[in-house]
Design a protein around this ligand. Structure first.
Ligand code: NAP
Length: 477
């Protein structure tokens, strides 16, 4: 019998044995795929100590060298992209074509981080704009903030890790990474690439184990200066409450909405909206969950949307044709099953869908009251709710009627509606004539309300991982 790959803790540039290991299972087949180290509180303390030791070395790396390391990782990942995509498919059950897209984005994300390392800069301050500031020269510097604690979710195990490591290293900080317990293999893979690219020992530690143990210890230790967290609002709130004065960046969930305005041609947007709702089975933070359609288009849109949904191919994540496969866990299948039932009990109708084992078929729901969970909470499953509206104003109100505010979208031919939507939608990003699921990795990205605080997108996250320092020369003395 073949032995499972065993992944130790990654500390100070070396793999280090742990006291215990836990078996990692494929979400699709249920077969074991690895043995993963379980860090203890002492291991986390040790990881933080190594990061403390590496702090000056990281801070003293010149910009060209930080850029070189990040660029090399981008090149190395490009060379091994198929291997990396297969890891995502294996541990996250992401359809292989979607996994390849994630790797293509990750290659770009590290490239953007390399660029940012080279151009990170302060500015000169016009001191003589104040009557008391004459004959002074002042400028700002961006200094690395110190040790960064990064906690990441399962759904984009390469690219969301890159959104932590890229900016942290661009700014010259050491990182302690706690990846999702379901997707640690991607994290170890990238650690190997950073080692090969010449990242100093102690620049990166990977500690695996339950979030409640590993995450807590990182959040509570005063030596960690920033916690950058991507995950669910529930965990994000716990972290915020425990972090005290520590800087915290929270990238949380959403139930993103889209409005299709009167007069929009449906043909060109159908495939796009179906993709927005069901790509990676809706397990995307900006997945399209609520579609509001002008009543004049509602019935046509519904008919065509359901037809298009039913063409999606269900299968094994490693099969080239697969678009829909198992959800991340059986617990999530049960949760979403109960939420759909709650909607049906409240009068909603399911136009297409069904559950088979760990696979939730793409599900389209209509007539759902706004207060049922499939509308007002984050489904994080292939479930979309469609409703008619009578006006632009009603659509804006419906989209904003949410505890979340990550991104929203509008398809319209009406310029005034486009400008008003940009103004009125209470979200971090408004997509005009696109779905809310659109993201490229250099743009500022993050939410309002329960969707979080702080912004990612390499330039913005890099700034969040620096301290702004003022230097002022007095030429009067
Ligand atoms: P999750 O359950 O919140 O887990 C995220 C990470 O937090 C995991 O590494 C988890 O570790 C860790 N964690 C769990 N409990 C913790 C605690 N008490 N203290 C510190 N860390 C803890 O989220 P998920 O299910 O992996 O991901 C789905 C969520 O992420 C969705 O809500 C989605 O919208 C959100 N998301 C947001 C963005 C964005 O950019 N806004 C992007 C992607 C995903 P374990 O794995 O060990 O539990």
């Amino acid at each position: 019998m073949l032995s499972l790959p065993r992944k130790d803790l990654y500390l100070n540039g070396c793999y280090t044995k742990a006291n215990s290991y836990k078996t990692l299972y494929s979400p699709h087949t249920g077969e074991p795929i690895g043995e993963i180290a379980m860090a203890t509180k002492e291991d986390i303390k040790r990881a933080i100590s190594y990061a403390v030791q590496a702090k000056d070395t990281m801070a003293n790396l010149p910009a060209y060298r930080r850029g070189e390391i990040l660029q090399k990782v981008s090149y190395l990942l490009a060379e091994r992209k198929e291997e990396a995509a297969k890891i995502i498919s294996l541990e996250a059950a992401k359809p292989i074509t979607a996994a390849r897209s994630e790797i293509a984005r990750t290659i770009e994300t590290y490239q953007f981080a390399a660029d940012e390392a080279r151009r990170l800069r302060g500015e000169t301050i016009p001191m003589d704009a104040s009557a008391m500031g004459g004959n002074r020269v002042a400028y700002t510097l961006r200094k690395p903030v110190g040790i960064v604690g990064a906690i990441t979710p399962f759904n984009f195990p390469f690219n969301l890790v890159a959104h932590k490591l890229g900016p942290a290293f661009a700014a010259g900080n050491p990182v302690i990474l706690k990846p999702s317990s379901q997707t640690p293999l991607s994290a170890f893979f990238i650690a190997d690439l950073f080692r090969e690219a010449g990242l100093p020992s102690g620049g990166l530690q990977i500690v695996t184990g339950p979030g409640s143990v590993v995450g807590d210890e990182m959040v509570l230790d005063p030596r960690v200066k920033v916690i950058t967290f991507t995950g669910s609002p529930e965990v994000g709130k716990q972290i915020r409450n425990k972090a005290g004065l520590k800087r915290v960046i929270l990238e949380l969930g959403s139930n993103s909405g889209l409005y299709i305005d009167e007069g929009v041609e449906l043909g060109p947007i159908l495939k796009r909206t179906v993709t927005g709702a069901f790509s990676f089975m809706g397990q995307v933070c900006i997945s399209l969950q609520r579609i509001y359609v002008h009543r004049s288009l509602y019935h046509d849109f519904l008919k065509e949307f359901v037809k298009e949904t039913q063409t999606l191919t269900i299968g094994d994540p490693l099969d080239e044709k697969t678009e829909i496969t198992s959800l991340i866990s059986h617990k999530d299948v049960e949760r979403i099953g109960a939420w759909i039932q709650e909607a049906i009990d409240a009068g909603a109708r399911v136009l297409t869908g069904g559950i088979e084992g760990n696979i939730v078929e793409p599900t389209v729901i209509v007539d759902a009251p706004p207060k049922v969970k499939v509308c007002c909470q984050e489904t994080f499953a292939p479930v979309v709710v469609i409703a008619p509206v009578d006006s632009f104003a009603e659509a804006m109100e419906a989209i904003n009627d949410s505890n979340y505010g990550l991104q929203a979208g509008i398809y319209t031919n009406n310029m005034e509606h486009a400008f008003l939507a940009a103004e009125k939608l209470d979200v971090g990003g408004v997509m005009i004539n696109d779905f809310p699921t659109f993201r490229v990795d250099q743009m500022p990205y993050g939410g309002v309300k329960d969707s979080g605080m702080g912004r990612e997108g390499i330039q913005y996250a890099t700034e969040e991982m620096t301290e702004l320092k003022l230097v002022c020369f007095n030429r009067n003395s």
